[in-house]
Design a protein around this ligand. Structure first.
Ligand SMILES: Nc1ncnc2c1ncn2[C@@H]1O[C@H](COP(=O)(O)OP(=O)(O)OP(=O)(O)O)[C@@H](O)[C@H]1O
Ligand SMILES: [Mg+2]
Length: 587
């Protein structure tokens, strides 16, 4: 994976700039703190020690030392103030930016098409998104503490030493540059190890999510042993990759520790030598030791922090790649105003294939008249759901056009298009919210009466009121606490509430018993009045009364007509009908 700082900061910077005051305060506060704590304070100690070792009279020393104490207490107050200002600014800034980044990520994800989500693991998208914000937090902490602190301490110490002990300053400078150079070499290699580790980690999350969402299958096929083995294979792979990354980090520690040890011994040796020559005071000796301890503290962390920063950048890159994935379904730059009222739908020379797959539709043509009720039948995989998805622009056609009331659907905003279609998909999924909220999803300002009315029409009211918490019952993740038929009835109710001029029902009643379905059909008759309707169903009794029935085979229309016409034609439809005889399977 290639990390691009420019692309990462392209997304971070605008969010960070929105809070520029607290952003500046972090650096001003911490800068003040670290200068007074780590650079100025040792200077006072140096003066104190020199004072004590001077040959002046005791009283004079005491008097001057008292001044130093006052001075020291001032410094203590200043650096504490600086650090605390930095802390508060940091808490404010970080919490604000992290919130914005979460919101930004969510908004950006929602811009992607439905198709994007069906071809990406949702588990891994969730992990990556969460890691993105966490990694930003780590990165920012590293920039504002170790990197910034080290830089200030380093510059401060070097400049003071240049005035007081130029030889030592040159040695410090040379050593620090060498240290940084070696650290960078390590980091460049470690980034690759970390990227491999992050990839393995995403695989673990994706597998976990996939297995958990398939828990029913695992139980049905008693495949827990198989699943456990599969999961263990993935975690073993992660274990190896993780250990490789960590061990490389340990190697880096070894190199850093060796360099620090060498400098430490060398500086002590040199100090003794300089002292012997009379070029170094006792105070200076103590100050040097204090500076070295401070510098080592920061530099030791710096090496690790830079490695962690690189790791965070790698993790952020994963999400940036998603951000940068071109959005496959875009609104046109100047969308036309919505003029759809009647619902005359024309599919013109449509060809379509899912990514890297064989064509599903090939030169498909169909005109549906305003207010017409059309039934779509055909063998499983014939392309019925695909047609409904193209109509809602969940994917774009490879060639041809879909025109509604004279408007090409590509020229209107997707939200506008979907606002004129009530759609019940083949597998209705509900939000883990209350039944009331799920129904009201069709119309955000729906009143309690409206919700109850559509629930009655969709034959859902009866079962809802029997639930202990009625309309306030939470339905479980994806609606698992309801039966398939109950879930469908909620989905129908919320589509009814939307009351759009075009209705698309994809197997909307497939999970209902025949009696409930017959009742809902009556409600649909009312709902469909004056509206263009497309009904996809395997159960032919569902579409028997449609104005026109279209039989699809391999993405092409092979028969078309009313139920009566098709039955008398003795073609595929008649064959299907004979097998179902009036909607019920016969032998
Ligand atoms: N997201 C997808 N990616 C790739 N191929 C897909 C995708 N969705 C559907 N297909 C393929 O497109 C073809 C048509 O699928 P579609 O869902 O339109 O069939 P259908 O007629 O609705 O079938 P069913 O009656 O089983 O619902 C099938 O061969 C299917 O495998
Ligand atoms: Mg289908």
């Amino acid at each position: 994976m290639k990390i691009s700082f420019r692309r990462i900061f392209h997304y971070l910077w605008p969010e960070m700039c929105r809070h520029s005051l607290s952003f500046s305060l972090i650096f001003a506060g911490y800068g003040l703190g670290v200068i007074f704590d780590d650079i100025v304070k040792p200077l006072i100690y140096k003066e104190l020690i020199n004072l004590f070792s001077s040959s002046a009279g005791k009283d004079l020393i005491l008097e001057q030392a008292m001044y130093m104490v006052v001075f020291l207490s001032l410094i203590v107050v200043i650096y504490n103030l600086g650090f605390r200002i930095g802390d508060f600014a940091n808490s404010y800034f970080q919490s604000k930016v992290m919130k914005s980044l979460y919101d930004f990520t969510f908004n950006r994800l929602l811009e992607h098409s439905y198709h994007f989500f069906s071809s990406n693991f949702s588990g891994s998208i969730i992990t990556k998104s969460r890691r993105f914000v966490r990694s930003y937090e780590t990165l920012m902490d590293i920039v504002s503490f170790p990197i910034y602190f080290s830089l200030i301490v380093f510059l401060g110490i070097i400049s003071i030493l240049f005035f007081q002990a130029p030889l030592l300053a040159s040695i410090f400078l040379f050593w620090s540059l060498l240290y940084l150079g070696i650290t960078f070499l390590f980091i460049r290699k470690k980034v690759n190890y970390d990227a491999i580790e992050a990839g393995a980690d995403s695989m673990v999350s994706a597998r976990l999510a996939d297995s958990i969402s398939n828990i029913l299958n695992i139980k049905i096929f008693s495949s827990d042993q198989r699943e456990k083995a599969g999961f263990q294979a993935i975690t073993s792979d992660e274990e190896i990759k993780r250990r490789r990354a960590w061990n490389f980090g340990n190697l880096q520690n070894l190199a850093q520790a060796a360099m620090m040890g060498a400098l430490q011994v060398f500086v002590v040796y040199l100090s003794i030598y300089l002292w012997y020559r009379g070029d170094l005071s006792l105070g200076m000796f103590a100050m040097l030791q204090a500076y070295m301890i401070n510098l080592f503290g920061f530099l030791w962390n710096l090496g690790h922090s830079l490695t962690r920063a690189a790791k965070s950048l790698t993790e952020m890159q994963e999400v940036i790649d998603i951000f940068d994935t071109p959005i496959d379904i875009l609104d046109s730059k100047n969308p036309e105003k919505l003029r759809i009222k009647e619902g005359r739908i024309i599919f013109k020379n449509i060809s379509f294939a899912y990514k890297n797959n064989n064509p599903v539709l090939d030169d498909f043509n169909l005109e549906i008249f305003p207010g017409e009720r059309v039934g779509l039948v055909g063998h499983s995989g014939a392309g019925k759901s695909t047609i409904t998805k193209l109509l809602l622009r969940f994917a774009d056609t490879s060639s041809g056009s879909i025109v509604i009331d004279g408007q090409n659907i590509k020229n209107i905003a997707q939200n506008d298009l979907r606002s004129v279609v009530s759609y019940v998909p083949q597998d209705s999924i509900l939000f883990h919210r209350t039944i009331r909220e799920n129904i009201a999803y069709g119309k955000s300002d729906a009143t309690a009466e409206e919700i109850e009315m559509v629930a009655k029409k969709a034959f859902a009211h009866e079962f809802i009121v029997k639930l202990r918490r009625g309309y306030n019952t939470m339905v479980g993740e994806r609606g698992v606490k309801l039966s398939g038929g109950e879930r469908q009835r909620i989905a129908i109710a919320r589509a009814m509430l939307k009351n759009a001029p075009i209705i698309v029902l994809d197997e909307a009643t497939s999970s209902l018993d025949s009696v409930s379905e017959a009742h809902i059909q009556e409600a649909f008759v009312e709902l469909m009045k004056g509206k263009t309707t497309i009904v996809v169903a395997h159960r032919l009794s569902t579409i028997q009364k449609m104005d026109r029935i279209i039989v699809l085979e391999n993405g092409r229309i092979i028969e078309m007509g009313t139920h009566r016409e098709l039955v008398s034609r003795n073609g595929i439809y008649a064959d299907l009908w004979n097998h179902q005889s009036g909607g019920f399977l016969s032998d």
